[in-house]
Design a protein around this ligand. Structure first.
Ligand SMILES: [Zn+2]
Ligand SMILES: [Zn+2]
Length: 223
């Protein structure tokens, strides 16, 4: 794959490759540490009020950025404009972040699957493309065959949190043996967490004990 020698944001030459110049990298909107269960930004470490009352089905969320510009621009270019080299950039930066975190590493990475119809339309799964550099840098295997999206789901973007949960219900199935106790779901963006929660629910039903969620960007819906 050709690695563009210029920064994807400002066009500055990037001598070492890597997709973004040091200045643009430093200006990206980092997600502050959030709730240890759901990732909601919090002023102090710990759990948010919602997770204290009812913990989500996944066990931890790690997000690198907030879903703000220029992160939105980069993720849109990856997702809708086939700029696949950006998966290497963003996945690599997410891997650098994950490498600094304490705690047990998952045994497998599971990119959120696309429905076969969406995969045909797009030609690739951006979550799988993001998982590849994570796998390589962190030395964790990617499993992109055991879990399938079996229901075509209308885009979630215009739906409320409650509608999203109903919309995604029953959308995934596990058809292979994942052979892991602890996995991480990989996706580009997390908004209400409805997709991650439904996939985590399906994985736990299939016997996975611990499900973390790794995303490039976190986009909290206004409460
Ligand atoms: Zn730049
Ligand atoms: Zn929380």
């Amino acid at each position: 794959m050709l690695w563009p020698a210029r920064c994807a944001l400002c066009g500055e030459r990037v001598p070492d490759g890597g997709g973004l110049c040091a200045g643009c990298r430093a200006d990206m909107p980092r997600a502050a540490a959030g709730c240890e269960c759901c990732g909601t930004p919090l002023p102090v470490a710990g759990r948010c009020g919602r997770c204290l009352v009812k913990p989500p089905v996944f066990d931890a969320v790690h997000s690198l950025y907030l879903y703000e510009q220029p992160v939105i621009h980069l993720i849109h270019a990856l997702k809708f404009d086939a700029k696949l080299h950006l998966a290497r950039t963003l996945g690599g930066l997410l891997a650098d972040h994950i490498a600094t975190l304490p705690g047990a590493r998952p045994e497998k990475l599971l990119p959120v699957p696309l429905h076969p119809r969406r995969l045909r339309e797009r030609g690739y799964n951006q979550a799988l493309e993001l998982a590849r550099p994570l796998a390589k840098q962190l030395g964790i295997a990617v499993d992109f065959t055991s879990c399938k999206k079996i229901r075509y789901v209308a885009p979630q973007a215009t739906l409320s949190a409650d509608q999203r949960r109903k919309n995604i219900r029953g959308a995934f199935s596990v058809n292979g043996a994942i052979n892991a106790r602890h996995v991480a779901i990989v996706d580009d963006v997390m908004t209400t967490g409805a997709t991650a929660a439904e996939l985590a629910r399906t994985l736990k039903k299939a016997g996975i004990a611990r499900v973390d969620v790794w995303v490039c960007a976190y986009a909290p819906l206004p409460r």
